[in-house]
Structures are given as structure tokens and as C-alpha cells.
Design a protein around this ligand. Sequence first.
Ligand code: BES
Ligand code: ZN
Ligand code: ZN
Length: 483
Amino acid sequence: MKIIIQNKKETDIACDVLILPLLEGEGITLYKDINRSLNNMPDDIMSSGEFNGKHNEVCLIHTGGKIKPDRLLLIGLGKRSEITLEKLRQAGGKASSYLSGLKIKEIALSVKTIASSQLTPVAFVEGALLANYNFNRYKKEENHKEIKKITILTNEKLDKQIKWTEATVSAAHFARNLVNTPSNDMTPSALVKAARSLKNVYVKVIEKNEAERLGMGAYLSVAKGSNEPPKFIVITYKGKNAAPVVLVGKAITFDSGGISIKPSDGMEKMKYDMAGGAAVLGVIKAASEMEMPVHIIGILPAAENLPGGKAFKPGDVVKTMSGKTIEIISTDAEGRLAVADAMEYAKRFKPSAIIDIATLTGACSIAFGNEAIAMMGNDEALMKTMMDASLETYERVWQMPLFDEYKEYLKSDIADLKNVGGRPGGLITAGYFLKEFAGDTPWIHLDIAGTAWTDKDKPYIPKGATGIGVRLLLSFLRTVLLS
Ligand code: BES
Ligand code: ZN
Ligand code: ZN
């Protein structure tokens, strides 16, 4: 969606639909001229109770040529006292998906009401852009429902905010595309291609032989059952001469569970087990597009987890790059194996921080449903920054404890660690397992198993891949830069 800023009167803008956001119970007072031109129809609609301005309520009105816009869309923002950036984002999403459903192409947005609430209209636009997404790669009849153009009617200088929003949303869409693509097309090699499509970055791929030489026995064990060659992808974006922030993204392109095979119900969704890796690619794409002054290294230990004659097995002991050995209890706890070797490799860069993002445990969605990312780590200040970014973006994180007692859960009789700590505390013991590989490096673990996919449409997230993590990590990096 193209964004244009124009300081024009609402009645003078030629477009398919002009969006008028309205506050609950405040009528149409800011738009007396429109109301007059339409013989008080908006007023009548409101006094009849058909539209009250309740949050996300919509009402479409044809103007019959009495003013320049063909139609008006009234969209409710809820009560003035309860308005938030997230409510604006959601209302933008609701308006845009409602209009794209009607195959509307060109819209305009009046910002008078939003301006009167002291919040930025860009949040509304962000929601509209995020909602304006369709995954139709595999549909014969191309279904171009997307809105093409939005004109924001304002004299405010919004250029910087708009640029940020366009880059972050386009990165989220990029990540959603990767995740929605099924695993027959989204292989580890396809992820390499996606990484190489990014501009102004340096991509290094560690092939199986080199990974063997480096001693990445945990990561490599995951790929043994598959014919798809593993690809350990390292992407560098250097916008500043400084110690890098390393972003590790779990990139299991399909997780069948391996020999500890998963139940077949819902297994098709396990193509989203590379959502962490997709988020990392998205973040680097946006950072390089915006030329953010930050040094980021993204690591995607990509592999496919399948059963087979060569597959790794429960009971096997594998050796990580760090030298620690791991007894495999379940081949379905493969993410932590790949991420552990990636974290060890990350330390080579002497990073200022390691952030890993991974669809790591089913226990995460048991704990939080679809509503929060589980956060764990060894650096409270860093986690506070992540929490702030989460409040700003509404990609919400919630901290879980890494008590020393959890170490006991992961004790193996024959190796340094086992890869499963049992069902109780399963979300946390997965995080604790990774902590063993962070060492002294400031580190945050983000479990996105509950949030990377949605089975139902949300106001600005159509069902399927959510692109979670992209906006969160970009906002986090921006805060880190400012401090
Ligand atoms: N990829 C899964 C976690 C997952 C489950 C993500 C559901 C998204 C939705 C992970 O590799 C896994 O299978 N974890 C196991 C760990 C268990 C064997 C300790 C799990 O959560 O069941
Ligand atoms: Zn698994
Ligand atoms: Zn997995």
C-alpha cells in the first residue's frame, strides 16, 4: 500500500473511501461540514444507534457525489478515556480488512479525531498496513484484494514515522511469507536464498562438512533423518563499528518430531517451526533498508527434522560445539539442539548480547495461548528493554524465572545434560537448557510457539503466520541504540 501525505480538506479528496475514525459517544462534531453536505445523514445514523463509535465498529455510507470521496467509512475508536496506540492499530486493521474485502483500492484517512486524542495517526496506518496482507502464492486465481493507496490528510510532519512503519511492516510481511510457504518449498536451501535476497548484508553459509569440523554435533543430529541438507546461515548487517547483537532464529523448516514422531493431527502446521529464523531475516531486512546504525549478526541453524534410517534416536548422545554432551530423550526437542550450537557459534563474535527467538515448546502455548511470548534470560536490564519494546509494539512478552533448581530437571545419567526436563515446567526447562550455552554473554530467550501462528483472523493479523518478533526486535534494537 502506497502512503501519501496531503494537507487537503476531507470534502475535497477524490478517493473510493474516506475513513473517519470517531470516538464513542462524541458524535460527528469534528465533521460538521461533511454532515451538512450529506443532509445530516451521519448524524441520523448515530442518533438511530446504528453506529456509536464503539471500538472497531464500522459503518459505510455512500456520499452520492455530494462530496469528493465516493464513500465514507465510519470506524469506532471507543471511548476517549480508554484510547491507546493498540486500539488505533486494531481500528486501522479492522478498517483496512473491511475495505479490502469490498475490493476497495484507494482510500484516504482523516486524522482530526486521532489528533484530538494526542496519539499518532501512524499507529492507525500501521494497523491498516499490517492487515493488508494476503498469501496467495499457491492460488490459481490470483486474488488481489489488497488496497493500493492511502492518503493521510494532515499537515503534520510524519515522514520519519511513516518510513519506519513501512519498513517494519514490509519486513513482517516478508517473514509471514516465508512462514506460510510450505516446507516442500521452504527448505533450508530456500532460506539461504531468502537470506541472499537481502540487500547490503553479508551472507555466509556453513555447509554440513564445515559444521562437522566445527563440532556442531547437536545441530547436525537434527538433520540426519532428512534428505534436505542442513544450512547454517550467518548474515551480517554492519551499520556501525561496534560489538554485534546476535539474533539466533530457530529455523526447523519442518518438525515432524523425528523418531519421537508427533501425532498427525495438526502436524501440517509444523512448517511454522522456522518462524524464529524468518523473524530474524525480517529484522535484518528492515534494519538494512533503513540503514539503522547497528551491528547485527543473524544466525539461522536451518534443518528439517524427519524420521528415517539415518535419523538420530532417543538415547543417542551428541556432542555440542561447546564440548557439552547431550543425551537425547526426545528427538522432538530438536529446536534447543540447533539453537544451542548456534549460541555457541555466536560467542565467536564477542556479541554485546545474544537474543534467540524460537518456536521452542508446546508448553509455551499451553501457558499463554496465543497472547504472549515467553521471555527468559540472564540480564534483567536487557529484559527490561525488551519489555518496553513489547509494550510499544503490543508483541507482548512475559518473563518466566530461571531458578537454579531447574538444573536438576535436565541432569542426565550418562551425559552433561539431557534434552528434555519432563513435562512439569517444560517451557522453563527449555529456556534453562539454552542458558547453559549462554555463558557470561547477556542473553534473552523468546519462545514464540504460541504467537507465531494464528488459527483465526485478528484485527490486523490475518490467520496463518503472524510475523511475530519482527516489530518487537526492531523496536528493541532502536531502544538499544538510543541508550
Ligand atoms: N516445534 C516444537 C514446539 C511447538 C509445538 C511449536 C507446538 C509450535 C507449536 C518443538 O520442537 C517441540 O516439539 N517441542 C516439544 C518438546 C518436548 C518433547 C519436551 C514439545 O513442546 O512438545
Ligand atoms: Zn520438535
Ligand atoms: Zn520444533
